[in-house]
Write a protein that binds this ligand. Structure first.
Ligand SMILES: [Ca+2]
Ligand SMILES: [Ca+2]
Ligand SMILES: [Ca+2]
Length: 462
């Protein structure tokens, strides 16, 4: 309460008074700000906002509010811009769309880097074809995407049911057994502790300092927790975790769950069918998660539905929130969707097969995602195709975007591909099986990725 600027609070309450009947409650503001973490950027980075006289001056579905184009707020969320006064927001000079809205991370590492899942890292990929520095063998295929710990350890889940914590040299530091196959990816919180879900319906937290289990928490009420079959998999904890700036852990399973850092359930947003995707945090103060009832849900920070959007089939692709607040995800209905922050469809791009990978954001704002049809797509923000790159088999792996805009992803043709920002091949390297895991990039340019051949790979340039 004392850490967020009073100015923001005043603006929020003014806004709430104008929007009759919404009733600004202090605790709600605190909650919302805790999730959105809307800390204003320093005035030194400020640029003037694009002005407007009426809604007609604003592109997309935005409205004109006190001379500025803004996204209308879903009920229960806060203003999309952290500061309606304008001295800490930046907008794109051409579109007036606010730039670089951030949902500050509560983690060092998580699926697709940060809570908006844009997949962009500040390090650079090897310029030349790299080599395998080491491989670490687990007892099962690895579809989990590795996370990097505060001391350079690499953490990954395996279908052997173990959470493996591996030294930067490729030797085991410690492993934690779980009761079933692990499909989900680890997140590492700001204290260096690991959070990961398992097919045994539990969320696990590993204590980094002690190399041991801190706690585990059962999520959902499935009678059969392990093994195969609809009831055994209905409560699998596969989606996320995503960690908010206040340390709250959000995971998908038998719905969406919010859990405190000490392992207490804050709330559950129940869904008819499973949520296998990592929840995304929208900077406007809400969560996004899709699942097997073909629906993307927008959920308030206290677990209430704000809106939902129905796709044509299962959603296994985690939502990504772009810098301007637009929302992107794929579905088994063979489409990539673009939604506004209020859940209105802007466009749907038709691919040739299921979209299981999660989109990431290119350095020029392109939406980048691979597909079961073997193509890797780059789509412009207006929904038109920029380029494609063809792999020789399905793509399930979500991509990573480096500091220069180069793109890295795996495919079921057993190759890891590095593309230039324009879609031309930089290099590829063949591993020992399908690469469905999404690669992670270390600060020294080392790539870590899991493979169906049961190995965690470290891949280095010259
Ligand atoms: Ca299960
Ligand atoms: Ca379905
Ligand atoms: Ca293969």
């Amino acid at each position: 309460m004392t850490t967020f600027p009073f100015r923001l609070f005043l603006q929020f309450t003014r806004r709430q008074r104008r929007a009759k009947g919404k009733g600004g409650k202090v605790f709600a503001v605190c909650l919302l700000l805790a999730v959105a973490g809307c800390v204003p950027r320093s005035p030194s980075t400020a640029r003037p906002l694009a002005g407007c006289g009426s809604d007609r001056d604003c592109k997309l579905d935005r409205i004109c509010d006190r001379g500025q184009c803004v996204w209308p707020n879903p009920p229960g969320s806060i203003a999309l811009r952290a500061d309606a006064g304008g001295n800490d927001s930046r907008t794109d000079g051409d579109t007036g769309v606010p730039l670089a809205l951030e949902a500050p991370s509560g983690a060092l590492s998580m699926f697709q880097v940060e809570p908006q899942h844009r997949g962009r890292v500040s390090f650079t990929l090897p310029k030349q074809a790299p080599h395998v520095a080491w491989k670490y063998s687990t007892g099962g295929p690895i579809t989990s995407s590795p996370a990097i710990g505060s001391d350079g350890t690499i953490i990954v889940g395996s279908h052997d049911g173990m959470i493996h914590v591996v030294e930067p040299t490729g030797v085991l530091r410690f492993k934690q057994p779980t009761g079933d196959v692990i499909f989900g990816s680890p997140a590492v919180d700001l204290q260096g502790n690991t959070l990961i879900g398992s097919g045994d319906d539990h969320l696990y937290k590993l204590d980094a300092a002690r190399n041991q289990l801190a706690w585990r928490l059962k999520l959902g009420n499935c009678r059969a927790t392990t093994g195969v079959g609809p009831e055994a998999s209905r409560c699998d904890v596969d989606g996320g975790p995503t960690i908010g700036s206040d340390g709250t852990i959000y995971v998908g399973g038998a719905g969406v769950f919010a859990i405190s850092p000490n392992g207490l359930l804050k709330w559950q947003f129940p869904t008819p069918r499973r949520i296998p995707t990592a929840p995304a945090l929208h900077p406007a103060g809400f969560l996004l998660a899709g699942g097997h009832d073909d629906t993307l849900f927008a959920i308030s920070p206290n677990g209430q539905k704000l809106w939902d959007f129905r796709a044509g089939d299962d959603i296994e692709s985690s939502a990504m929130v772009a810098d301007d607040g637009m929302i992107y995800f794929g579905s088994d209905d063979q489409k990539i969707y673009a939604l506004t922050p209020t859940g209105t469809q802007r466009w749907a791009f038709v691919t040739g097969d299921d979209v299981r990978a999660s989109p990431v954001l290119g350095r020029n704002g392109q939406i980048l995602v691979g597909d079961f049809d073997g193509l890797f797509y780059s789509i412009a923000p207006d929904g038109t195709l920029a380029w494609t790159f063809r792999a020789a088999d399905r793509i399930v792996s979500s991509a990573l975007v480096d500091a220069d805009g180069a793109v890295l992803f795996g495919a079921q043709d057993d190759r890891l591909y590095a593309l230039e920002a324009d879609g031309t091949l930089r290099w590829s390297i063949e591993l020992g099986g399908d690469i469905d895991s999404s690669p992670t990039l270390g600060s020294d340019g080392t790539i870590y990725v899991g493979c169906d051949d049961k190995n965690l790979y470290a891949i280095k340039g010259e």
